[in-house]
Design a protein around this ligand. Structure first.
Ligand code: DAH
Length: 341
């Protein structure tokens, strides 16, 4: 029996020293220490031994069991360590590999131009208003003193939703003047940027959708001098100190008198060049003193209050500002173009 115990111990130690996986380890544990294992089988034969031999063999069997258990534990520890090492190896991060570049987006040139304009006007105490692009004709035309039959109401120029021409895609941000007069307490000092729509064919200078920024000031004692002073200051902020402005008589139904404002060409100083198409002047915007009828229609007393308004095209401004020669580039959203700003 002594020999058998010795043999079991040797075999077990041998087997355990070469163990390569957790399943094999468990199989060996069952083989030697399990209920039907080899050591148990021997212990079952203890009854056959003499009274003297029994304690000796018992002690030896215990020692063998203890030795095998210890080896099992060691083998398990070794296997766990190997597994951890393999896992760490597989998950190694090579910090020297160049990182993947994350492309950061940025503002569209139109938004850059718009933000600049907002900043200028907010700095002068104006409030920024936004309003609907789907508009009632009453706001887009009637209450701006533009009656039925006026050429700008033509079906060939305007996107109408209804047969009776009562609902449309706004053709001008001027509609926001009426909303401002309706919702704001006097005095009013607002700018309203946004999209407008007209039935224009797409070309280098036209698009059926474009952006305008509207302005409206109403208070007691407002005069044309305020309009000139403010718009000249704005022109200087956009094009630089010393910019020369020109106020030309014009006609709009909602202002009286009306004017168009030009800036002297910054490229040639007024001599005429490619940028100003030989004119020496660049048209900037339409403006004028708010027509008394327009004030009256929105419940403002024209004998007490007066005001001025303006509207300009933002694309034209952005194109000038960034030297963009074709309007279509602004809306195509080709990243090769947009990346340049
Ligand atoms: N709404 C005009 C347009 O689209 C621009 C304009 C002219 C706006 C004169 C105004 C103004 O407020 O007073 O052509």
């Amino acid at each position: 029996m002594k020999e058998m115990l010795k043999k079991i111990k040797e075999e077990a130690m041998n087997a355990l020293s070469g163990v390569t996986g957790q399943t094999e380890l468990e199989e060996l544990r069952v083989k030697y220490l399990g209920k039907k294992g080899e050591l148990t089988a021997i212990l079952k034969q203890m009854g056959k031994l003499s009274a003297e031999e029994r304690p000796q063999m018992g002690q030896m069997a215990n020692e063998v069991r203890a030795a095998i258990e210890e080896s099992l534990a060691e083998a398990k520890e070794h296997l766990d360590a190997m597994a951890l090492e393999a896992k760490l190896e597989a998950e190694t991060v090579d910090v020297t590999i160049p990182g993947e570049k994350i492309e950061l987006g940025h503002r569209h040139p139109m938004n850059i131009a718009l933000d600049e304009m907002k900043e200028i006007f907010v700095g002068m105490g104006f409030e920024v208003l936004e309003g609907p692009e789907i508009e009632e004709s009453v706001y887009n035309f009637d209450r701006l003193n533009t009656d039925e039959g006026h050429p700008s109401r033509d079906w060939g120029d305007t996107f109408y939703f209804t047969e009776d021409s009562s609902l449309l895609l706004r053709t001008q941000t001027s509609a926001m003047q009426v909303h401002a007069m309706e919702t704001r307490e006097l005095p009013i000092r607002i700018v309203a940027p946004g999209r407008v729509y007209r039935k224009d064919e797409v070309d280098a200078t036209h698009s059926p959708m474009f952006h305008q920024i509207e302005g409206l000031v109403i208070d007691e004692g407002i005069t044309m001098a305020d309009l000139k002073g403010t718009l000249h200051t704005v022109a200087e902020k956009i094009f630089g100190k010393g910019t020369v402005t020109r106020f030309r008589p014009h006609h709009f139904p909602f202002t009286e008198p009306s004017c168009e404002v030009d800036v002297q060409c910054h490229e040639c100083g007024g001599k005429g060049c490619r940028v100003c198409k030989g004119e020496g002047w660049i048209e900037l915007l339409g403006a004028g003193m708010v027509h008394p009828k327009v004030l009256k229609m929105s419940g403002i007393d024209p004998d007490k209050y007066s005001g001025w308004a303006f509207g300009f095209g933002l694309e034209r401004l952005a194109m000038r500002r960034f030297n963009i020669s074709d309007l279509r580039l602004i809306f195509e959203n080709d990243v090769r173009f947009l990346e340049q700003f």
